[in-house]
Design a protein around this ligand. Structure first.
Ligand SMILES: [Zn+2]
Ligand SMILES: [Zn+2]
Length: 295
């Protein structure tokens, strides 16, 4: 059995895609399972991956952009009706409490209806959470231990989104580092030093420019303008390769693909063109529901 198992639930962004959901990654180790981010479609992907919401030992938010949080309501509901009988531990940056309480408020009527209907079959605590708003610095430091899994957080640069975290997840001597959403930054290189797997976001400007031109020519100036703005707070593939090389990571997995290219076809090669000239390790462009064993 591997020390850590990683399941990529959602490998997309806020951009509409039939194949790539919003951000969401499950890590399992030593009998414990945690979820990192819960973007659109992630609760449904958990069903497909046969991972039970009720069994999650904790949820960790990198930041509070919609594509990392909006399936949290369904995660709460499937967890509660799936048998959860204790508050769900949730960790994230400042603002996490307000976000969690908003989802809980939206579900308040439903919780009332179900308790009235099912009575004692359901835990009376409903969709209760135990929220931890944590602080981070440029250097990864532990913020939580869940079973045998230790999670450390570090600050990345996704401004104006602030604070935004990357996470380092360790279990039985193996590590996975998650970039969260960020531009290239020293904190990511330092946190990823020698890690077994770096799971990193990437934004391919050339492929995106094609879509921007198409949007402009079809008269959708607003969408084109928003996509141009998005370039300022994400990391292009060649810089992802520079981070992986500088940190000496054993394996690189690319997720949060912008644009959300199809899971197969020529654009995958275009997306990573030139990366292997910079980083000599294995590079994988992830698809939703991909599963990896670490160690
Ligand atoms: Zn994002
Ligand atoms: Zn973001």
């Amino acid at each position: 059995m591997s020390a850590l198992e990683l399941t990529l639930l959602g490998t997309g962004s806020p951009l509409p895609s039939a194949e790539r959901c919003g951000g969401g990654q499950v890590v399992s180790g030593g009998g414990t399972t945690i979820l990192i981010d819960c973007g659109w479609g992630v609760a449904r992907r958990m069903q497909q991956a046969r991972i039970a919401s009720a069994q999650l030992g904790g949820v960790f938010f990198t930041h509070l952009h919609s594509d990392h949080i909006t399936d949290f309501a369904d995660l709460l509901m499937t967890g509660w009706t799936g048998g959860r009988t204790a508050p769900l531990p949730v960790y994230g940056p400042e603002g996490t409490r307000e976000t969690v309480e908003g989802f809980q408020q939206a579900l308040r009527a439903d919780v009332r209806y179900r308790l009235a209907h099912h009575g004692e079959k359901l835990w009376p605590g409903g969709v209760a959470c135990e929220v931890h708003e944590v602080e981070a610095t440029d250097d990864a430091r532990p913020i939580a231990t869940v079973g045998d899994i230790e999670v450390s957080a570090f600050l990345v640069d996704h401004r104006p989104v602030w604070p935004a975290f990357g996470f380092k997840v360790a279990c039985a001597g193996r590590t996975i580092v998650f970039s969260g959403d960020t531009v290239k930054c020293d904190a990511l290189v330092r946190a990823a030093k020698g890690t077994d797997v770096l799971v990193c976001e990437a934004f391919n400007f050339e492929l995106m420019d094609r879509r921007i031109e198409w949007l402009k020519s079809s008269g959708n100036q607003l969408a084109a303008g928003l996509m141009i703005d998005a370039k300022t707070y994400h990391i292009p593939p060649k810089e992802v390769a520079e981070v992986a090389a500088a940190a000496g990571v054993k394996r690189l997995i690319i997720t949060h693909l912008i644009p959300p290219i199809p899971a197969s076809g020529d654009e995958i090669k275009e997306f990573v063109a030139g990366m292997s000239d910079i980083y000599g390790g294995e590079i994988t462009v992830a698809s939703d529901l991909d599963r990896y064993e670490v160690g």
